[in-house]
Design a protein around this ligand. Structure first.
Ligand code: ADP
Ligand code: MG
Length: 758
């Protein structure tokens, strides 16, 4: 529910601004339009190319280019949003109000002023779609536009980043930055210019995914022995006798009896002796994979490959892996070919990446709720652009029931009722598994359904686009087909009026999302641009979100629900979402705290890399005198430079591993009430001490290793050490029960158990 305007004004929501100050720019831009409209195309293009004016003039040119190129006259609201983004504000604008065009207007405005713009899309499909959709607008202004996707080649990437406006997902830009950072020659870089970023679905990217690390790894062969054996050992274990799951279902551990048996089967070893810790870890991971990781919930298998599902969103997470041990354990559980493991070369969080843009802004249907975090983490203020037409959607009161069975029954009844009225129905679930469960029950009642399985963004978009067709019943997770407009009466809006007359799209939400923003995004699927529509949220008091966040009092309440009034039920739901939102914010803050030290050190190393890349003198100074080296030969200097760069990278990679292990153990190290974050910073600083000396000493050692100085041999050796292939992945880091963090909890529980003296 939106905070009423009077209240927001009265209390002053932190980070929220009013856009009344923007209005003069919009008025100025509008006043320029008649003059621009009278220009011929070549005259207009010339005017754009020779542009050297004010923001309102740029905005007017972009607006006129929309009319010329797209045949779409921007709404005043879109101009307002674009003007706000050009001024550095993030914008909340409801679903269906036309953010794609608003973002393009802002991007064009920046490009006219000579800036390089990245429009950050949610996925590759949307990057491509939006770049193509908006191309005629940019073309009218003589602005080049391009898109980057997972499948883009190095050459295509380089070309795309040379365009003035580039559409790409945050991970593609991040991977390019990471790969570039390891290049030893300038020509190898694809060179994304970090100047202006306009982020679509900005709360999802800038807040929900902020601490997701983008990882660049180099492949090494993987030792499968322990993992396969561990999978075999746990395969037939039973709950109670062999293992116990904790009350929240978050961690699992072996019973003492099971550990005794395992030790015997391994030949009478003591698993807690330090030599056998790797085996014990493999066993714990295998158990976790076997008991707590669920196929089609946490992951799916496609073409013999493990593909992760982002549980909070029910989406297949492209290119993601769990931290190595867990990934291998699940592969072993499913009898899949191990995909190998790697050494992490460098990582970059989404937030790190976005902070590299001197100008950063974004747009989303749900932004004000995270206004304070946008200020805290990015110093980006945000405001809201009101809807063009009044909201006509009716949000019905929640149905808060006692049991899951009642929820299913209520959902089925509601779908049938709405369907009977001739309304298209969109059912939003929590996960692919939930979608399938709901679909099975509805199919059994004879309904014809379209079920989105989060496997392919493009086909999903096509299905979602048709969710407003008469008689359509579509089952989807929250994120499925996001960014796709649902028109009443189908993708061509042929039946629009007939469907509107029957009440428009009905959105039925099953279960609670971990934040109100996610609820609002699903609801926003109905009632676009003044259309009628209806939404209702149906959940049980035993919803996962409630159970995992419940205090003792609430646990007691939900265990005897008969006495609970509707008000009390509302309160329980509110508290569960409050807790979950607060947990996410805390995790963000904590991770960011740890990350800051690493980020600073990375920046120092990158600056050093640039220094020795550009100055022969400073390179010589850093490397010192190497007796017998032909210092005047440019070829020798280049080889020495490359060796030095490779050494810097190598030592960085070691440093990163060291920091990771420090961080993993920080809660054990920070004894006696020390603040773990301070302690981490202290240790990180200490570890970084002498970093450059180590790196250059390593380079010198390589060069003099052969006794006689042979730079060619040294260079070959340095190159040899670098992994021959690199790959990238994203570690999803959902504080509420993401698979990887739950595995980490299990391992922590194991260590805690060990410390208790098992
Ligand atoms: P959002 O991202 O805000 O949910 P979209 O950018 O997907 O919205 O646009 C929603 C719909 O509105 C699209 O079908 C688009 O063609 C239409 N639209 C956007 N701007 C205009 C406009 N100025 N005039 C007419 N239709 C528009
Ligand atoms: Mg959109």
């Amino acid at each position: 529910m939106q905070t009423p305007k009077w209240l927001r004004r009265a209390v002053g929501m932190p980070g929220t601004v009013s856009f009344t100050g923007i209005e003069p720019s919009v008025v100025a831009a509008l006043s320029l339009l008649p003059d621009l409209a009278s220009l011929s195309s070549p005259e207009f293009l010339h005017r754009a190319q020779a542009f050297d004016g004010t923001r309102p003039e740029a905005l007017a040119l972009a607006a006129d280019a929309s009319s010329r190129g797209l045949g779409v006259v921007p709404f005043r609201e879109q101009l307002r949003a674009a003007a706000a983004m050009l001024d550095g504000f993030a914008v909340e604008m409801d679903t269906g109000e036309g953010k794609t065009l608003a973002g393009a207007l802002a991007a064009a405005g920046h490009a006219l002023a000579g800036r390089s713009v990245h429009v950050i899309s949610v996925n590759d499909y949307l990057a491509r779609r939006d770049a193509e959709w908006m191309r005629p607008l940019y073309a009218a202004l003589g602005i080049q536009v391009a898109a980057v996707g997972e499948a883009s080649t190095t050459e295509e990437r380089r070309a795309a980043y040379r365009a003035e406006v580039t559409y790409a997902s945050v991970s593609e830009v991040g991977y390019d930055v990471l790969r570039d950072r390891f290049c030893v020659r300038d020509d190898d870089r694809v060179d994304p210019r970090m100047d202006v970023a306009i982020v679509d679905e900005a709360d999802a990217v800038m807040i929900d995914e902020a601490i997701v690390p983008l990882v660049l790894a180099g492949s090494t062969p993987h030792d499968e022995g322990d993992t396969a054996q561990a999978a075999a050992f746990v395969r037939n274990m039973t709950e109670g006798a062999d293992y116990v799951i904790d009350a929240e279902g978050a961690t699992v551990g072996f019973t003492d009896e099971a550990l005794d048996t395992l030790e015997a089967r391994l030949g009478g070893v003591n698993l807690y002796a330090s030599a056998h810790i790797p085996t014990l870890t493999a066993l714990n991971l295998a158990l976790h994979a076997r008991v707590l990781m669920h196929r089609d919930v946490d992951y799916v298998i496609e073409d013999g490959e493990l593909r992760l599902v982002n549980t909070s969103r029910g989406r297949i997470a492209d290119g993601q892996r769990w931290p190595d041990g867990l990934h291998a354990a699940v592969e072993a559980k499913e009898g899949l070919q191990a995909s190998g493991s790697g050494v992490i070369l460098d990582t970059l969080t989404v937030q790190d990446l976005l902070l590299q843009y001197p100008s950063l802004t974004g747009m989303s249907g749900t932004m004000l709720a995270v206004a304070d975090e946008l200020i805290e983490f990015y110093e980006v203020p945000c405001g809201r652009v009101e809807r063009r037409l009044p909201q006509a959607r009716v949000d019905e009161p929640d149905l808060l029931l006692d049991t899951e069975d009642e929820v299913f029954a209520a959902v089925a009844a509601e779908v049938e009722r709405r369907h009977g009225l001739g309304q298209p129905v969109l059912v939003g679930t929590q996960s692919i598994a939930d979608s399938e469960a709901v679909a099975a029950k509805l199919t059994a009642r004879g309904l014809e359904l379209r079920v989105l399985n989060a496997k392919n963004d493009e086909t999903e978009a096509q299905t979602v686009a048709r969710a407003g067709e008469r008689d359509a019943v579509t089952i989807s997770t929250q994120m499925s087909g996001r960014g796709t407009d649902i028109l009443l009466g189908g993708a061509d809006a042929a039946d629009h009026d007939a469907v509107a007359a029957r009440g428009g799209l009905a959105v039925i939400q099953v279960g609670l999302y971990p934040s109100r923003r996610l609820d609002a995004q699903l609801r926003g699927r109905a009632g676009r641009q003044g259309d009628p529509g209806v939404s209702v949220r149906i959940c049980s008091l035993h919803d996962d979100l409630i159970v995992t966040t419940a205090t003792r009092t609430i646990r007691a309440q939900i265990d005897s629900p008969a006495a609970l009034t509707d008000r009390a039920r509302q309160r329980i739901v509110r508290i569960a979402q409050d807790i979950s939102e607060a947990l996410r914010a805390d995790a963000h803050r904590a991770t960011w705290g740890y990350n800051r030290a690493i980020t600073r050190q990375r920046q120092t190393v990158l600056a050093e890399r640039r220094t020795i890349s550009t100055s022969d003198d400073l390179l010589g100074e850093r490397m010192g005198d190497i007796p017998g080296l032909e210092a005047d030969d440019p070829a020798v200097t280049d080889a020495v430079r490359e060796i030095a760069l490779l050494s810097l990278d190598d030592v960085w990679c070691e440093h990163l591993q060291m920091l990771q292990s420090v961080r993993d153990g920080i809660h054990l190290r920070a004894l006696g009430g020390q603040n773990p974050l301070d302690e981490f910073h202290r240790l990180a600083l200490a570890e970084f001490d002498g970093f450059f000396d180590r790196a250059y000493a390593d380079a010198r050692r390589l060069i003099s290793a052969t006794g006689a100085v042979d730079v060619a041999a040294a260079l070959a050796a340095a190159r040899q050490r670098r992994p021959s292939a690199t790959w990238t992945y994203m570690v999803s880091d959902d504080p509420l029960g993401d698979a990887a963090s739950r595995a980490a909890d299990s391992l922590r529980a194991m260590w805690a158990g060990r410390r208790k003296g098992r």
